[in-house]
Design a protein around this ligand. Structure first.
Ligand SMILES: Cc1cc2nc3c(=O)[nH]c(=O)nc-3n(C[C@H](O)[C@H](O)[C@H](O)COP(=O)(O)OP(=O)(O)OC[C@H]3O[C@@H](n4cnc5c(N)ncnc54)[C@H](O)[C@@H]3O)c2cc1C
Length: 491
């Protein structure tokens, strides 16, 4: 039976009907929620996030209106006065909201809840049972604090019965197939060809915002299902092998690009994992993909919620240098090819794959002592799939080591040698990845050795004495001079 006195407030990460209480009559979408202040600064969201937000809800409205429901799209600034007006007009006794997954948004709604109480308007939060396999309460029942990652992975595989035999062993007898993954193929040719036509709401969003987008992401359920079918058919068979490879003219290699569909609630992580599990492909592809969603994605969410109260004040390595301007605009001014290519791609498509995020952008930021919190803000604004619960742990904990040892066992830093091994970025580069001191030496080399020298004790603690030992062969004074000169030129 439909209830006329209840109104569901729908959020930007709940863009599929499965998130709706379909026995309600009223639905409200708050479009300006993005503008909420995040850690003292207003977020300036990127082109593609804005379009997904706008077009995603317009698709939902269309289907709600077909069912004779009242669905509104709130763009006004004054949320409280609008809610008051709306509740009087429609006789609403209670507004209901599925828990926001982002902590800063949740806290904001708690404030709103308090303010509404003054006007006798009730705002109720309900559990989100779709965005993750485990609710954070279930996680806390299982663990007092986040366990060792590998234990959590095995727990999740068994709990969800994914790639597990009848007698509780991992299918194929291994928990992972990493030795078959992370290869580089010099003969690789681009085959990523998924394209969506700009649907009518995508076009409407472009008119509304008065910009044109270069790329299209799914903004409704149908398009998201198309994307997963495309990935399963064309890329899953090579997913594991080339997971970490980077190519200048092939941004996505065999990655799925499913993160935004999952994070905006157009696909559930459970259905994505099931679809991959059922596919007939080599175990290294299946297991690696499933691990990303069932383990990494899930772990990051619970890890974030376990430590969210301290993370924004931590800066273990004490890095405070501002980001160079080419992060924010004109990425073509960046002097290092690997970083330039990645930043240009992020500026035009608001996306890059995980090794570009970790070993190009994150690596550069660590080696140049860039402020991890400013970097987090940058990632949040520039990536389509960025949501607080996933961007913050990945940037601050995983990539920038801002917490010391809570998540990562060591900072992810590398010299040009790694980038050369895993990419073709030196094909068009003015720098030589083999040189440390010459005019054409790749900055990743001298920056790397300065980082090792500055963090000697910490490297030893990571049981990486062999790295520190190699410092003996390096002219560190020269490296420091080059670093200083390089940094001066970036501002
Ligand atoms: C510094 C940094 C910042 C990141 N920021 C984000 C972010 O804002 N949003 C986001 O969704 N992911 C983030 N990631 C994780 C990862 O890079 C992206 O999920 C992935 O690149 C998305 O592309 P894809 O869908 O093609 O992924 P694929 O390579 O096809 O992987 C499949 C899926 O696994 C999941 N996944 C893989 N790695 C992670 C991870 N580390 N954490 C959470 N989920 C993961 C995603 O849902 C992804 O769609 C970040 C990683 C790093 C190192």
């Amino acid at each position: 039976m439909s209830d006329n006195s209840l109104c569901q407030i729908v959020l930007y990460n709940q863009l599929w009907e499965q998130y709706l209480y379909t026995d309600y009559t009223h639905f409200l979408y708050i479009h300006n929620i993005w503008k909420i202040n995040f850690q003292g600064r207003e977020l300036q969201l990127n082109t593609h996030s804005k379009i997904i937000d706008y077009a995603g809800w317009k698709h939902l409205i269309e289907s709600l209106k077909e069912q004779w429901k009242t669905a509104e799209f709130l763009i006004e600034e004054s949320f409280i006065s609008w809610i008051k007006k709306y509740s009087q007009q429609h006789n609403i006794s209670e507004f209901v909201l599925i828990n926001p997954v982002e902590d800063y948004v949740f806290k904001n709604f708690q404030k709103i809840q308090k303010q509404l109480r003054k006007y006798d308007i009730k705002l109720t939060f309900t559990q989100d049972s779709q965005s993750f396999f485990l609710s954070h309460d279930d996680f806390k029942k299982q663990y007092k604090k986040p366990p060792i990652m590998e234990y959590f992975y095995r727990f999740m595989r068994k709990r969800e019965n994914i790639l597990i035999t009848d007698d509780g062993k991992p299918e194929g007898w291994e928990w992972n197939y990493d030795k078959e993954n992370r290869k580089y193929d010099r003969k690789h040719e681009r085959s990523w060809s998924f394209e969506l036509e700009k649907n009518k709401y995508w076009q409407e969003a472009e008119e509304y915002y008065q910009f044109e987008s270069k790329f299209t992401y799914p903004t409704n359920r149908k398009e998201s299902l198309k994307l997963i079918d495309y990935f399963l058919e064309h890329h899953l068979d090579n997913f594991g092998r080339l997971e970490d490879a980077m190519y200048e003219d092939d941004a996505y290699v065999h990655h799925s690009l499913l993160s935004s569909s999952i994070n905006y609630g157009l696909l559930t992580p459970r259905e994505v994992v099931k679809a991959v599990e059922q596919r007939d492909t080599a175990m290294n592809n299946k297991e690696w993909f499933i691990r990303q969603v069932l383990w990494w994605r899930e772990y990051m969410y619970h890890f974030f919620h376990s430590y969210k109260d301290t993370i924004y004040t931590e800066n273990f390595l004490g890095h405070t240098r501002p980001l160079p301007e080419y992060f924010w605009k004109n990425p073509e001014n960046c002097p290092i090819n690997s970083l330039k290519v990645t930043l240009q791609q992020v500026h035009s498509e608001n996306m890059s794959h995980h090794i570009q995020r970790l070993m190009i952008i994150g690596n550069f930021a660590l080696l140049c002592n860039l402020d991890p919190h400013e970097l987090n803000h940058w990632f949040f604004e520039y990536y389509t799939d960025a949501f607080e619960w996933v961007v913050t742990p990945n940037v601050l904990w995983m990539s920038q080591f801002a917490d010391g040892w809570k998540l990562a066992t060591k900072p992810y830093v590398a010299s040009a040698n790694y980038i050369q091994k895993m990419s073709d970025y030196y094909k068009n580069s003015q720098h030589n990845p083999k040189e440390k001191y010459t005019d054409d030496a790749c900055p990743f080399n001298y920056l790397y050795w300065c980082f090792v020298a500055d963090n000697k004790e910490t490297f030893e603690k990571w049981r990486q004495q062999f790295v520190v030992k190699n410092l003996e062969k390096v002219d560190i004074k020269r490296c420091r001079e080059l670093k200083e000169k390089f940094l001066k030129e970036q501002y």
